[in-house]
Design a binder for this molecule. Structure first.
Ligand code: APR
Length: 322
């Protein structure tokens, strides 16, 4: 039987996941089980990525996927990847802010990006390591790629948390809620109720301002609430899901509009930093940054968030010179 050209499968994409910890291994699992890509999982700890890979490979039959997974400590094995997702680094401990992590994780992100890109020069990068906006900037500079090809995962997660809390409050499925959160992935993030709808209805028409303020607060502390409960490590199921949404948008060229950390060069009056804004995400990375019209209060909140990211960034730029 002759297959038409359209019916011929392209070779599967390959995604390198750097960091075989909680987020990295959960992301690898989702990529495989969604049949999205072959995965190479790399970590600095000997045996860890190999063990996780073997475990995940043994689930292939039960899960009914036919994607491959390799665990390694050698970047050569990651060569020719289409996408590199950086999850390497330390997670936050209770009482530790994202800023405390900047120096340690900054070194790790710069080093891992350089090594991964040396063997996969055509790859795009998704950064997951915190503090996210600063790490995304460092990854971009270390990669020497056009900024469109380096993005950070935070807005999808923050919006998913806001979506979840609103859906619980109103007793609707989360899919009914379309939530929008801008700004840095930190306490100063900017959830936007005006751009958040439930079944198409602006959420402000369904919830009182006080209740909405409480849900916004819980969203801002979404990661910290989980850190407090777990006592060791941070959230990873929802972060891995959010990263998977972004991988899919890129590999399948979905051109979805998602909030993510992108490089700003004048948009929203902000210049030369990574910050969460709505973007159209496709095969080439960020195809477009959408500029929402913000009220004076929203714009001021975004500027405050940006100033805090810039300040953290100043202390980390020297890491690029090593
Ligand atoms: N190269 C490769 N892997 C590294 C390196 C390095 N230089 N340094 C650390 N790692 C690995 C660790 O060995 C560990 O397996 O990164 C992994 C991190 O995993 P976890 O400690 O389980 O952390 P996780 O919960 O996965 O979070 C990772 O994502 O959401 C963010 O805040 C979170 O920054 C953190 C990151």
């Amino acid at each position: 039987m002759n297959a038409s050209p359209a019916a011929v499968d392209r070779p599967p994409s390959q995604v390198t996941v750097v960091g075989a910890g909680n987020v990295g291994s959960t992301l690898a699992q989702r990529l495989l089980e969604h049949n999205l890509a072959n995965v190479v999982l790399i970590d600095i700890v000997a045996g860890r990525p190999q063990g996780v890979a073997l475990d995940l490979a043994q689930a292939a039959g039960s899960e009914g996927h036919n994607r491959s997974i390799v665990g390694t400590n050698d970047y050569q094995d990651t060569a020719h990847s289409d996408l590199v997702v950086i999850t390497a680094g330390l997670p936050r401990r209770p009482g530790m802010t994202r800023d405390d992590l900047t120096q340690t994780n900054g070194k790790i992100v710069i080093e891992t990006v350089r090594q991964a890109l040396a063997v996969s020069p055509l790859a795009s990068i998704i950064v997951v390591t915190n503090p996210l906006d600063v790490m995304a900037y460092l990854a971009w500079r270390a990669s020497e790629l056009p900024p469109q090809r380096v993005v950070g995962m935070a807005g999808v997660l923050d919006s998913a948390r806001f979506q979840r809390f609103i859906a619980w409050e109103l007793g609707v499925p989360p899919q009914e809620v379309s939530a929008m959160v801008l700004g840095g992935h930190g306490d100063l993030m900017v959830p936007l109720p005006r751009y958040t709808t439930v079944g198409g209805i602006p959420v402000g028409e369904l919830l009182s301002a006080d209740r909405l303020a409480e849900l916004i607060d819980r969203t801002r502390n979404g990661g910290a609430e989980i850190v407090q409960l777990l006592k060791q490590g941070g959230a990873y199921y929802a972060p891995a899901s959010s990263a998977c949404v972004m991988v899919e948008a890129i590999l399948r060229h979905q051109r979805r509009i998602l909030p993510l950390a992108a490089h700003l060069s004048g948009q929203y009056g902000l210049d030369d930093l990574y910050l969460g804004v709505p973007c159209r995400l496709g095969r080439g990375g960020v195809e477009e940054i959408l500029e929402l019209s913000l009220t004076a209060d929203e714009q001021a909140a975004l500027a405050r968030s940006a100033a805090s990211v810039k300040q953290q960034l100043q202390g980390a730029l020297a890491l690029l010179e090593v």
